[in-house]
Design a protein. Structure first.
Length: 292
């Protein structure tokens, strides 16, 4: 289920509401561009500012439009265990292939709390679960030893690691030896290194605007053509950085708007990129070969 470039989809808005047509068009662009899966309602999809009804609507729409052509890994995280179980249950009900569950944010649970949180989800819903560790956003770190214990559970099948610590790939491989447990990068700039260390995919922000290039980089690596993979990554590295010159997903939506694919609207408290940021984004797109 997990390989290649998997975009963490933006959620397009228009006049404050979900732009269903634009979202469907973005899904088609991703599939045509070679993306290996889709993640609706991840943090790049502004899940923190979606109502529960909007969250469910987006996941269901993604499943419907995708129609089984690539796996749908539904964002279903929360800092409430009960709410996360409800979101994972909904993802299963509407036909998602897996759920991406972020570590609880703000609460700062210790390893015992984190393990209990994910075990409760595992026990409640029979759906493949991808752990999501991003300490810079959640203020807690899912340590490799805890990951290994969770990987022994039947429904926990992978981790999205956004720590940027490539050594963890080898460590977690060693700790989960003999188990079918996939490791996915959650950090575009280090995704190629993550693959080299034993990762299998990247849940990507950059793929929102450059699906063909991101997919081609992964395909080249899978084919053993490291020279081509490096060359593609060299074109993309400035773009990876530009995705965060202002709070994400503002830069991605700015580019998509320039491409005529959706409005640039983001939800408060996120603001779109200012003129200085836009200049950096435009320069990175020129390097990457993205025209608008």
């Amino acid at each position: 289920m997990f390989h290649g470039s998997i975009p963490a989809l933006v959620t397009p808005f228009k006049n404050g509401a979900i732009d269903r047509k634009a979202f469907a068009n973005l899904i088609e662009m991703q599939i045509e561009g070679g993306s290996s899966g889709l993640v609706p309602c991840g943090t790049t999809g502004e899940s923190a500012t979606l109502s529960h009804d909007e969250h469910r609507e987006i996941v269901e729409l993604c499943v419907q439009v995708t129609a089984g052509r690539v796996p749908v890994i539904a964002g279903a995280g929360s800092n409430s265990t009960r709410e996360a179980i409800e979101l994972v249950t909904h993802a299963k009900t509407v036909g998602a292939d897996a759920a991406l569950v972020i570590c609880p944010y703000y609460n700062k649970p210790d390893q015992t709390g984190l393990e209990g949180h994910f075990k409760a989800i595992n026990d409640a819903v029979s759906l493949p679960i991808v752990l999501y560790n991003v300490p810079s956003r959640t203020a807690c770190d899912l340590l490799p030893e805890t990951v290994a214990r969770l990987a022994a559970l039947p429904n926990i099948v992978a981790i999205k690691d956004a720590t940027k610590d490539l050594g963890r790939v080898s460590l977690q491989t060693a700790l989960t030896e003999g188990q079918q447990f996939a490791q996915l990068s959650g950090d575009d700039p280090s995704a190629l290194g993550h693959l080299a260390m034993g990762g299998v995919a990247c849940i990507s922000v950059t793929a929102n605007v450059a699906p063909e290039y991101c997919a081609a980089m992964h395909a080249a690596f899978e084919d053993g053509d490291l020279e081509t993979a490096r060359a593609i990554e060299a074109r993309l590295i400035a773009l990876h950085d530009a995705m965060f010159v202002s709070p994400s997903p503002g830069p991605a939506k700015y580019i998509l708007a320039k491409m005529g694919l959706c409005e640039p609207d983001v939800r408060s408290p996120i603001a779109g990129p200012d003129d200085t940021a836009k200049a950096k984004i435009d320069a990175a797109c020129a390097i990457a070969g993205i025209e608008y």
